[in-house]
Design a protein around this ligand. Sequence first.
Ligand code: NAD
Length: 731
Amino acid sequence: MNVDGLPLPPNAPEPRTCWRIERPRTGLVRLVLDPPHRPKLPLLDVPTLRDLDLALADLADERELVGLVITGRDPLTFAGGADVEGIGSITNDELARRVVAEGQELFQRLHELSKGGGGRVFVVAAVGGPVPGGACELSLACDRIVLANDPKTRIGLPEVKLGIVPGWGGTQRLPRRTGVPAALDLILTGKLVEPQKALSLGIVDRLAQPADLVRIADEIAMGDRPCRRARRSAWKRWFIDRNPVAGAVVAHQAYKSVWKRTRGHYPAPLAALSLVVRAPRMRLGTGLHAERDAVVPLVTSPVTKSLVGLFFAAEAAKKLGEFDGRKAPAIERAAVVGAGTMGGGIARRLALSGVSVRLFDLQPAALDAVKREHARDLKQRVRRRRLQQHEADAAYDRLAITREVVGIARTEFVIEAVAERLDIKRQVLGDWAARMPPGAILATNTSSLSIDAIAEGLAEPERVVGMHFFNPVDRMPLVEVVRGTATSDETIARTARLALDLGKTPVVTRDVAGFLVNRVLGPYLDEAVRLLESGVGPERIDDALLDFGMPMGPCALLDEIGLDIAQHAGASLAAAYGPRMQTSTFLARLLEHEFLGKKSGGGIYLYESDARGRRRKRGVNPRVGAGGRELSHEDIVDRTVLAMANEAVRALEEGVVEDAATLDLATVFGMGFAPFRGGVLRFLDALGPQRAVDRLRAIHGSPDVEQATHRDRFAPAHLLLEHARNGAQFR
Ligand code: NAD
């Protein structure tokens, strides 16, 4: 492999140091991936690929070699796939083509050495822990794959999540193993599967307990232990995979479902679809060429740049959990006050993540409901093999419910999620502060009150912090860690560490009304309401924003949030920011008639319950009006998204978050802003700041926006004007 000009990591080690060659017995070699420059999870980067190439070259001449086992430095550590930093640094198609081609050729040489590829050595991959992307592709090039049967193991090809398709043979080798339908499902969704599922789909050939993994692989490689290749039945291969008519039907179905999910914004799943469906009918070499041609333009596409940018911003967020140069100590015991929608979700998540938690509420019914939901959720996780029974039992036991503020002398962290009233929150935190040990952190999940106001009068305001989760806690990946004037760095780091331990991505924000996400969401949602008021139908508005790439239209989102909660949030933004955040009175008219949104059976839309008790949209609420006004999708997007983007620039100007990348991350993870656009500021960059200014001015002057107060919202932010003048970009 010629590595000249390929992106080497700065700490690249000397050649022949990344793979250890072990010879446990005559005829058997183990290649152990153990790169010195990656002490945690190794990646397939230029040095590890270079050294695999050198090792294969050395082994090619060994006449007595019978079996080869490819494995990691321990049973649950193989490789975390290709180096994303490397992917991000590829800026031209020529380099992309070389990286893809070198990797393909290397894996192909391994394949040719193997029995399945016509060679003389039986090659077995013995892998476990995370085995994504390139790590999975390397395994697929072997004769057999033995996978460590452990809850930490996950295998799959998640490349589409970065906007690309598998480029080192995955689109060709996976369908040959599993058949087209299963390969499509895996590659188009990018999901990673657990060991049992991997075995039943035929991705791997055998499972082994981690302690036995390498020994069993050794035996298989040497022919001492039979291990049949997990293959699809011959008739399925013939009838579905090799038959062009069946292929066309499968492709059509998959195309429809990809289109529904992506609305054509993500080119990778469509490219992958075509490769996977044709794979069993092509020679491997031809298929690899087609894969190469498909992946190269994707690597340098704007979608990949956006998705890789988000990946790095999320990685950078992990540093927030550090204090004094090392990881802040983990929270082991926590308490949650308030067992409602949010408190219940937070307490369950804490217990699931290994934290012992006491959940306190005045209402026994609320506490019981959380415990029931906890049991139901854990049972489901066991059924889906996400947890083992003993782990679920332990998670159940970690959540204690109580109506007494007792047993908290060793509790290090309390988060309150009681009613949104300053007096109650102050009183709750004051009571708890007095009973908790010195140094314990007092967090609030408030969405609209000031952290400073809540901390006022408390003995140690440096211990008070906002920890703003989003609803539903289980699914929303973002947590805003809100820094009050007195909050200490240590409190911030420990809170961020806790968010990370809960599997969330933290962003630190200043203590301003709405923090970051709700502040920028406010004008967006209010513009949607104003469009409704002006006679544009909610379905038209939602459709325009779905087309833009939002996961849900703003009218459906308002119903989901609850019109009462949205109105309350809007009022607090207006109180803080004045006229430009003044909201329309339209929602109040629906609220007068008890239309609170989905939870009450009606809001902007009407809902009905299906057989499983889930609320489904039934149609538009007649009280919303006929909705006959035809406004173009572009105009709808301009009004709503530019109102949000302009506010986002103001927040950036005020330093509400540290930088533009953090702001973008918060908009994607906190509100689902179209990920392929990379966040709201990257969207402004793509549009061009000058064009954004022109469009804002056009809206500002349009007869639609006649109220002077409302117009303020569209006065371009200073920083946007400055960027337009200087031709600068936000990212
Ligand atoms: P909720 O009404 O569902 O639950 C509040 C719970 O607090 C109730 O069970 C109530 O019995 C309990 N409670 C009230 N006073 C108490 C006290 N003095 N001591 C102990 N328990 C008490 O409310 P929610 O929607 O879960 O919201 C809670 C907090 O989270 C609010 O500050 C809200 O602004 C914030 N928040 C809500 C959302 C959301 O979408 N619901 C999102 C983010 C943040």
